[in-house]
Design a binder for this molecule. Structure first.
Ligand code: XUL
Ligand code: CO
Length: 438
């Protein structure tokens, strides 16, 4: 490749927990086996193009702070292609096996859709070359249906049918490109699919349109033979006051209502869960219960701030909870741990991108090892199993098998007089048990 963007950084290595090298992994040891599978296969780490290679530290109060030496500041295709080389140098040195992007992160828009698609084709060629050179794969692709002003009122839920049509054309191309790059998935995040005020909104029509859009995407996926997994990414608000895909339960309900439940799984994001007033653990459990746990956007919010700060995950409790839920659900199959996270506006040196990702990967590796140790110990699972043991035989088993009735249960209770006592929930005992492993 041409001159390196990170000439002083070599491939990040695992040095173990006692290392004090900030450019080394202390816990992520790619080939180390956990529950019989390598850490690399369990975690399937992915770097996002948007925050890591397009984020510039802009906020509503101030100008960009991140001046990247490889970026000439133009929206040219040449600059976009140069950025691809830098992105792959970074991901390769980091040792993440995957990346993810929106169409508009990688290539600039042109004067019209034809020119925009042509720009994308040029950059996709470079992405393909770099994937081949490095072996790095595309976890998922997606389309930005929120950045361009045409999407101010939403994309598939726009009151303007032409905007809906444009969004479909854009997603058609994004699906083709994701397929061409061997993407293992495709994400639909609702962007601006929601409302700012109900005074101007026909909710029923907008939901019907969102479903029609997803149905056409499913049809086109089949038509082009794209084998990747489709995901829907819940988020309750921001940029709109209310997003239709507000949390895992709302998404699952929507998918069931419109007959799409077998076509999409969920891509859950920690900071979106907390914006919805849930923990990430909750969202993972709700998705897993419906067999729809697909992938995760790994980040974290700030407990003192109410918005989507998209920080890198460093909290071992959080990563342990995530990995407990993921391992219980059978692991990430098509999905991955995708760092939809950005360095702070004040962390403007390119090297901060390394520190951030290394920290996130180590935090998840620790979460994985801790979760595996809790599972090996077995007391947590045993406690939960025991708590439900009244359902394993007798009247409980009969109810679960759908073989009982109100009449029978009344007779059962009239005979017994009262229910048997329920044992303690032992929350504090269980919290202490988790702490034994952290
Ligand atoms: C926005 C967000 C998106 C999706 C992909 O909050 O998380 O970047 O992950 O569109
Ligand atoms: Co996300």
């Amino acid at each position: 490749m041409a001159s390196a963007a990170f000439p002083n950084i070599s491939k990040i290595k695992f040095e173990g927990a006692t290392s004090r090298n900030p450019l080394a992994f202390k816990h992520y040891n790619a080939e180390e086996l956990v529950e019989g599978k390598s850490m690399k296969e369990h975690l399937r780490f992915s770097v996002v193009y948007w925050h890591t290679f397009r984020g510039r530290g802009l906020d509503p109060f101030g100008a960009p702070t991140m001046i990247r030496p490889w970026d000439d500041g133009t929206e040219s295709v040449k600059n976009a292609v140069r950025r691809v080389r830098v992105a792959f140098e970074f991901i390769e040195k980091l040792g993440a096996p995957y990346y993810a992007f929106h169409d508009r992160d990688v290539a600039p828009e042109g004067k019209n859709l034809t020119e925009t698609n042509k720009n994308l084709d040029v950059v996709v060629k470079a992405l393909k070359e770099e994937q081949k050179r490095t072996g790095i794969k595309l976890l998922w692709g997606t389309a930005s249906l929120f950045g361009n002003p045409r999407y101010a009122h939403g994309a598939s839920t726009s009151p303007n049918a032409d905007v809906f049509a444009f969004a479909c054309a854009q997603v058609k191309k994004a699906l083709e490109v994701t397929n061409e790059l061997g993407g293992e998935g495709y994400v639909f995040w609702g962007g601006r699919e929601g409302y700012q005020t109900l005074l101007n909104t026909n909710v029923k029509r907008e939901l019907d349109h969102l479903a029609a859009f997803l149905r056409m995407a499913v049809d086109y996926k089949k038509k082009i033979g794209f084998k990747g997994q489709f995901y829907i990414e819940p988020k309750p608000k921001e940029p709109t006051k209310h997003q239709y895909d507000s949390d895992a339960a709302a998404c699952l309900n929507f998918l069931r209502e419109y007959g799409l439940i077998n076509d999409l799984k969920l891509n859950l994001e920690t900071n979106h869960a907390t914006l919805a007033g849930h923990t990430m653990e909750h969202e993972l459990e709700i998705a897993a219960a419906a067999g729809a746990l697909g992938s995760i956007d790994a980040n974290t919010g700030d407990v003192m701030l109410g918005w989507d700060t998209d920080q890198f995950p460093t909290d071992i409790y959080l990563t342990t909870q995530c990995m407990l839920a993921i391992l219980k659900a059978g692991g990430l199959t098509t999905g991955g741990v995708n760092f939809d996270a950005k360095v702070r506006r004040e962390s403007y040196d390119p090297i901060d991108l390394f520190y951030a990702h290394i920290g996130g990967m180590d935090a998840f590796a620790r979460g994985l090892k801790t979760a595996a140790a809790i599972r090996k110990d077995g007391r947590l699972a045993e406690f939960v199993k025991e708590r439900y043991s009244s359902w394993d035989s007798g009247i409980g088993a009969k109810i679960e098998a759908g073989k009982s009735s109100f009449k029978e249960l009344e007779a059962y209770m009239l005979k017994k007089g009262d229910s048997s006592p329920s044992p303690s929930g032992r929350q504090e005992f269980l919290e202490n048990l988790i702490n034994e492993f952290i």
